[in-house]
Design a protein around this ligand. Structure first.
Ligand SMILES: *Cc1c(COP(=O)(O)O)cnc(C)c1O
Length: 384
């Protein structure tokens, strides 16, 4: 199946036509499915959204005031998925700013995960002994309002990769304990094939680097970017992908097609989800998302408690909500469909998995455990 054939699956193209009209163009499936066209026609201005959505006052204010702190951008692909009438549309909440973004809570932070503190050279965070976080770009196809890296992303303050790469490679060559590189950003898949290929080739030339993965929201925001040529680059360098999805409505025919290209191309796929108030904080919503991801051969990897980033309190749930939700999944559905629920410990403690107590007591070699139904059992250690 090619992208143009996908359009026969789209029942209603009205919003696509409206989006093209904003830019004085008519809807043309071929152009629509070109990722560079999508990037050139991103919705970024209040008037773009006014034409497409029935905005509530909090969104109107957010659109006017937020750009000073954190850029606004939505790809035409994603904009066409927003419900024009429902301000609580789970996709709209993720990308349309609200006035609440300007609220500063005393415990909110600019850099909640303490990445800047663990930054060893510009754009490289070395926190865990054997793996590093490599910030490749400072831009994304669209901006998640709860972004944990809004301090960097879209601000245009990071030096271009070409000016930073030599220092990063030198650090990695010297640090033979690093066996795992997570390339994130910004969205690394916004790079063109050739620079991405060059970057991966330089990392692969370092003998002790065994494992390379890329964190990306491209299959949700800009699935047209996943081309057979890109898949060939990823396969050549044996890259894993950690994708980012928050709601089942992101899994459009285009996204399913992109995931198929990747999975058929031999790229292992994981997914990370941020727990968000009114977006996915129900058993039903998480189950639908995780089951649908498994159907696309994407393994839910982490469910994140939303980081306490300044201006995101309106999107955060309590930890109790997360604990309750994850215990409604564990044991109740396919183990592969249950991600690890983590808090990325504020202040740079790293990811800490949390779940309700399942080990009730462990004394004299006897472990008292509680199962998914709440029943208790004892496991006794071998006596040697
Ligand atoms: C998440 C993260 C990693 C990777 O952690 P995994 O548990 O291996 O997925 C590495 N470095 C930093 C700084 C991170 O935040």
């Amino acid at each position: 199946m090619v992208y143009t054939e996908l359009n026969s699956l789209v029942i209603n193209n009205t919003s696509r036509q409206e989006i093209c009209q904003i830019f004085g163009e008519t809807y043309d499936p071929e152009r629509w499915n070109d990722w560079r066209w999508q990037m050139r026609h991103r919705l970024t201005k209040p008037e773009h959204f006014q034409r497409l959505l029935r905005l509530v006052p909090s969104e109107q204010q957010g659109l006017l005031k937020s750009p000073e702190k954190f850029a606004i951008a939505v790809t035409p692909h994603f904009a066409a998925l927003l419900d024009p009438e429902d301000p609580f549309c789970p996709l709209r909440l993720q990308v349309i700013p609200r006035e609440e973004e300007l609220v500063v809570n005393p415990t909110d932070m600019i850099d909640p995960c303490g990445e800047d503190h663990d930054s060893v050279v510009p754009g490289l965070v070395h926190r865990y002994p054997d793996r590093v976080l490599f910030l490749a770009l400072d831009s994304c196809a669209a901006y998640c309002r709860y972004c944990t890296r809004s301090r960097l992303v879209s601000q245009g303050e990071m030096y271009p990769l070409t000016r930073r790469l030599d220092a990063i490679v030198a650090y990695l060559e010297e640090h033979t304990e690093v066996r795992d590189v997570l390339i994130s950003g910004g969205d690394p898949l916004l790079m063109s094939d050739e620079p991405l290929d060059n970057l991966l080739r330089r990392l692969r030339a370092i003998p002790h680097i065994e494992f390379i993965r890329i964190g990306s929201r491209i299959p949700s925001f800009l699935p047209q970017r996943i081309t057979p040529e890109l898949v060939a680059v990823l396969r050549k360098h044996r890259v894993w992908l950690s994708l980012h999805f928050c709601h089942v409505r992101e899994l459009t025919p285009e996204t399913a097609y992109a995931c198929d290209l990747l999975a058929d191309g031999g790229i292992p796929l994981g997914s990370q989800t941020v727990l968000l108030k009114n977006v996915n904080d129900s058993e039903e919503s998480l189950k639908q998302l995780f089951h649908s991801l498994l159907k696309l051969r994407v393994r839910p990897y982490y469910l994140y408690q939303c980081d306490p980033v300044v201006g995101t309190a309106h999107l955060r749930t309590s930890v109790q909500t997360g604990l309750d939700l994850i215990s409604k999944l564990r044991g109740h559905t396919t183990g592969y469909a249950v991600p690890t629920y983590v808090i990325d410990a504020p202040g740079g403690g790293g990811k800490v998995p949390i779940q309700k107590e399942t080990l009730l007591a462990y004394e004299n070699g006897a472990a008292l455990v509680r199962n998914w139904e709440g029943k208790t059992f004892t496991y006794t250690d071998p006596k040697i």
